[in-house]
Design a binder for this molecule. Sequence first.
Ligand code: HEC
Ligand code: HEC
Ligand code: HEC
Length: 410
Amino acid sequence: MRTAALHFASLLLAGVLTSAMAQGVRAVDEQNFPQIEAGRRIATEGDCAGCHTLDEKKPFAGGVVLQTPFGALIGSNITPDPETGIGTWSFADFKNALHTGRGKDGKRLYPAMPYPAFTKMTDRDVAALWVYMRSVSPIRNRIESNQLPFPFSIRLSLLGWNLLNFSEGRFKPDPSRSPEWNRGAYLVEGPGHCGTCHTAKTTTGADDSSQPLRGGVLQGWYAPDITGDNRKGLGGWSDDEIVAYLKTGANGRTVASGPMIEVVQKSTSNMPETDLRAMAAYLKQVRAPASSATPVAANDPGMVAGKAIYKDSCAACHKDDGTGQPQLFPRLAGSAVVQSDDPATLLRVVMAGTQGAYTKGAPTTPAMPSFAWRLNDQQVADVLTYVRNAWGNAAAPVDSTRAKDSRGAP
Ligand code: HEC
Ligand code: HEC
Ligand code: HEC
């Protein structure tokens, strides 16, 4: 009896300990608690864990590999461990890393660490973030973040990059807009660094500032246009639909896949709803020049072949009329992803299949099967040309070479 009670008590204790450990928080410092909490929220907004936490049991100990067009970089250990983390850093070092891309002793950081966006973060947010980062458990884990080949491995090369591409500066609110719009703009442009994926890149890998948030390619995925554009962007989405997507990874139109799953799981699903609403309000007002496209004719041979393949292989889930099944099978009619200029995501989803995001709000995860083994390159191209141009959709056809190249993509 006593042993059973004891056993129960130790189980309880173990549970409390593991949950505290899982959050990576050291003994709670009561005085700093409100600031630690504020900092934790900012770490969520900035998705610091996305690139700095490989193993959930070792929060912020680094190790996440980031593939860039120039080679691999690894998220550093940013726990307060003095030898392998940032334990010996001062607040000024930390603030510099976020605001200027210069780490301790002036070390130039690669922009895979999104300081070009973090530079917009307020001093207050960075200060709270610092208090939080000091409160997480120090973990010994040596990381050599720079895995780039020569000459990119030379940090001095970043001097030129920064001169060309980086301008330091805090977010400036627009007094003619509502507080909600300004909050949304701050989150999207600053800590949320949404443009890191959703903005096309220049040849040197910087955000192409002439087309903000109008879609970009990363590691074989296409992060679609998230401006207010009616055809390719979020113009047709209601605020509620955007909020549901960011909160749960799914809404009546689509289900998140690829790198957006991580963003939803680690960042947006843990943000307060008011912030998600603010981002939705802002995104819908980001203007883009009106885009138009002429659909491929229904009697085009590719369209005819594609329609037959669609009926056979896809309609069971996505429906004959492309309307899908809310929360389960994405709607393809009117979908921005489907009509994106670059079909990278489509090719990838059809070839490799995908699994939807798992979040508290949407605990079942529907899966899209892989078709790489069932359809040849021409068939994949045809079925995609069809879905891009059926039911009122309009976008450039997909050719079989592109389908071939996407086989076995990482
Ligand atoms: C998209 C990925 C990504 C995100 C998100 C990210 N980082 Fe980083 N971070 C990196 C990479 C990669 C490096 C290493 C860069 C280098 O070696 O030049 C780095 C380096 C750092 C460093 C310097 C460490 C050192 O030892 O020099 C600090 C501090 C840091 N990040 C803090 C943060 C904080 C705080 C957040 C959240 C607000 C964050 N990072 C979000 C990728 C990211
Ligand atoms: C690491 C890269 C990455 C980051 C950072 C990122 N996204 Fe995404 N996002 C994607 C990809 C890839 C997709 C396409 C997913 C798909 O096809 O299912 C996507 C899809 C979306 C969609 C759905 C668009 C549609 O038409 O289906 C929305 C909305 C969105 N992201 C908003 C955001 C917001 C807001 C942020 C910043 C808080 C953000 N994303 C940050 C990669 C990213
Ligand atoms: C067994 C059901 C099923 C079948 C059959 C199926 N899909 Fe899917 N499809 C899904 C699910 C579930 C998703 C969402 C998965 C995710 O995003 O992780 C999806 C996602 C997609 C997407 C991405 C949409 C977006 O908004 O991100 C496209 C495009 C797509 N499917 C096209 C097709 C095509 C073309 C076929 C036939 C060759 C097909 N699907 C067959 C279930 C299915």
